[in-house]
Ligand binder design. Structure first.
Ligand code: ZN
Length: 398
């Protein structure tokens, strides 16, 4: 973050610039009126800087604004000043400066576009997405700023969840720069639209949109999960179970997310054997898979499957902390019904203190959330939020 000293250093930079300007002005210009005007300009510069250094930015701004009306040569200083205000978080002042530049008559195309880019950045920083969007749309055809404008438009459409325009802009960007956006985000845009269509119970439209999302490397798991959700909604639980099994095989990181959904479909058709078969197959994949099943079993008390509970027992016994907290002997000794009753107690206890809000974590930035999301709201990465691999304890509210 820029500090006060950054600001003052920048102020000193202006002093140096002003002094350089002073010598330039008085060095080789013979025109008396011009010299007078520039002398006045220089006096304004010094005045503005004094305000700046005395922490009186409003007064400094007023002086610098007046200067724009005087001479083209001060433009770059104003751009620097505007950017400085933005970095300090003084967005109203930054906006005022950049709007003032744009309002100038006879401004060159280069400077106008530069000012539009800066103003759009101010709006973006202020969360004024509609105003930023308008400016970036106007800059789409710019040779210099077109690509940047498209990237920014994508960011805005993602933030405002306007998925159809996001697809249009993404496709326009790909035409200019085929390597841009090779992160599969367009598949997610189609999935977003498909999920919306599913909510509206327009299932044919949802399927059509999922086809457009394609079956590329990115977004494929989400496409499958939405398809499985559609199958569940339409009562085709066998199809849903088939797809859930595919997802877990293809993407073990999603096991803790998918197991409760799989269990739901198995319950719907009263087929516990199908769940047992799936869970046993997953356990063969290693201890991490068993652990993920155990976590799902803690989070979803409706899972009463024996294999799932075995995974939970193994998880508790293998965990140093839980092993000390729980009466582990009761999980291994006595008859099966006693063991089962003890395990149910453990599950109940864990369920009461685990944090639902920490169920998922972004591997890029550490953001935590209570549900699976496909784009991290903090770092804006796609497909980086996964089910947590450990139980987190709920922090008591004071
Ligand atoms: Zn993140």
């Amino acid at each position: 973050m820029p500090t006060e000293s950054t600001f003052l250093l920048a102020g000193l930079f202006f002093v140096a610039a002003a002094l350089g300007y002073f010598f330039a002005v008085f060095g080789d210009d013979d025109d008396e009126d011009d010299e007078l005007a520039k002398g006045q300009l220089n006096a304004d510069y010094i005045k503005g800087l004094n305000f700046l250094l005395n922490e009186q930015p409003d007064q400094a701004l007023e002086v610098f604004m007046r200067m724009v009306e005087v001479d083209d040569e001060t433009l770059e200083t104003h751009f620097a000043l505007g950017s400085l205000f933005r970095r300090r978080g003084e967005l109203n002042r930054a906006i005022q400066i950049h709007q003032n530049i744009i309002a100038r008559p006879n401004l060159s195309v280069v400077h106008r576009e530069q000012a539009m880019v800066s103003l759009a950045e101010d709006y973006l920083s202020a969360g004024l997405f509609d105003r930023a969007e308008k400016l970036y749309k106007d800059l789409r055809e710019s040779t210099e700023h077109g690509v940047r404008a498209l990237h920014k438009l994508i960011r805005i459409h993602e933030a405002t969840q306007d998925w159809a325009p996001a697809i249009e802009v993404y496709q326009a960007l790909k035409k200019i720069d085929p390597d841009a956006g090779e992160d599969g985000r367009v598949a997610h845009y189609y999935c977003e639209l498909a999920e919306q269509a599913a909510l509206d119970r327009d299932f044919p439209r949802a399927r059509e949109l999922l086809k457009k999302a394609g079956s590329g490397r990115h977004g494929a798991d989400r496409v499958r999960l939405v398809l499985a959700g559609l199958a569940q909604e339409t009562g085709d639980h066998k199809e849903a179970i088939k797809i859930y099994r595919q997802v877990m095989k293809h993407q073990p990181r999603l096991i803790a997310e998918v197991v409760p959904r799989l269990a739901e479909s198995c319950r719907a058709i009263d087929d516990q054997d199908a769940l047992t078969r799936s869970l046993k197959e997953l356990r063969k994949g290693g201890s991490d898979s068993g652990k993920a099943i155990a976590l799902a079993t803690v989070y979803d008390p409706q899972i009463v499957n024996e294999t799932a509970l075995e995974c939970l027992r193994d998880y508790v016994l293998a965990d140093d902390v839980l092993g000390n907290l729980v009466d582990t002997a009761s999980l291994e000794e006595g008859d099966l019904s006693d063991q089962r009753a003890a395990l149910e107690k453990v599950r109940e206890g864990l369920g009461a203190f685990v944090s639902q809000s920490h169920r998922y974590r972004c591997t890029e930035c550490g953001y935590v959330t209570s549900q699976l999301i496909w784009q991290c709201p903090t770092c804006r990465s796609w497909e980086t939020v996964s089910p947590a691999v450990q139980l987190s304890v709920e922090t008591p509210v004071a």
